[in-house]
Design a protein around this ligand. Structure first.
Ligand SMILES: Nc1ncnc2c1ncn2[C@@H]1O[C@H](COP(=O)(O)OP(=O)(O)OP(=O)(O)O)[C@@H](O)[C@H]1O
Ligand SMILES: [Mg+2]
Length: 211
């Protein structure tokens, strides 16, 4: 595609440039993510804990999702909804890392909807889980579900069920971030029924800062 753009630019054929750029852009974004994922995975970066707004952080992640894959969402008619919880207290966390964790879950949900012709839905919700002194986040899709033989391996680095593009680092990194915060992640999935990931993060943050 890069060569076609080059040729298009030299010969003034803008339709070619446009067409190829649409192919090139998502791939550049994938490469960028891959590089950032590899960096994340390779170093055990300490958290930068501060009091932050959980709803705002998750809302920002859904916006990042929209800007990154907007045309894809539109073309495939996928609806992404965010239902923010009410009366949410400030949470001691690393907002950038939590943003990244949530985005990884949402990107997986989108990938899971790839085969679906129409009616794909990603439902994101947050709430206050007082019984756990935590805030909750769920990311649910109506995709094909995770095959039983893969479920136990989803947090294993470089394990991917995808035939194309899957590096197998997204969930490993998400789990790493949740663990660092002293939180928990649960998965509820069945073939044909979709997948729901639920994350809990302690309001007061990790008990051992930056562990
Ligand atoms: N919502 C989901 N629905 C179905 N399968 C899922 C879902 N989330 C994760 N998986 C499965 O778990 C595997 C591991 O996910 P992970 O995010 O770690 O890797 P990846 O998405 O393949 O690659 P990467 O995120 O590094 O680009 C996926 O390849 C996929 O098979
Ligand atoms: Mg992934």
């Amino acid at each position: 595609a890069a060569e076609v753009i080059d040729l298009g630019l030299r010969t003034g054929k803008m339709d070619r440039v446009k067409c190829s750029w649409a192919i090139l852009l998502p791939n550049i974004q994938r490469m960028k993510r891959l590089v950032l994922d590899m960096l994340d995975f390779s170093k055990d970066r300490p958290l930068e804990i501060r009091e932050a707004d959980f709803n705002r952080t998750i809302s920002a992640a859904t916006e990042t999702l929209h800007t990154q894959v907007y045309s894809e969402l539109r073309q495939r008619g996928i609806k992404v909804s965010f239902q923010p919880g009410r009366s949410m207290p400030p949470v001691r966390m690393d907002p950038d890392r939590v943003h990244e964790m949530a985005l990884n879950l949402m990107l997986n949900a989108l990938d899971a909807l790839a085969e679906r012709a129409r009616g794909g839905r990603v439902k994101v919700e947050t709430w206050l889980q007082l019984s756990r002194q935590s805030v909750g986040l769920s990311v649910q899709d109506n995709g094909p579900g995770i095959p039983p033989e893969l479920v136990d391996g989803i947090f294993v680095p470089f394990k991917s069920g995808k035939t194309r593009f899957g590096t197998g680092l997204g969930m490993t990194i998400a789990k790493q971030i949740i663990d660092q915060h002293g939180g928990a992640i649960e998965v509820d999935t069945a073939p044909g029924k979709g997948t729901k990931f639920t994350v809990y993060l302690p309001i007061l943050g990790p008990s051992h800062p930056a562990s």
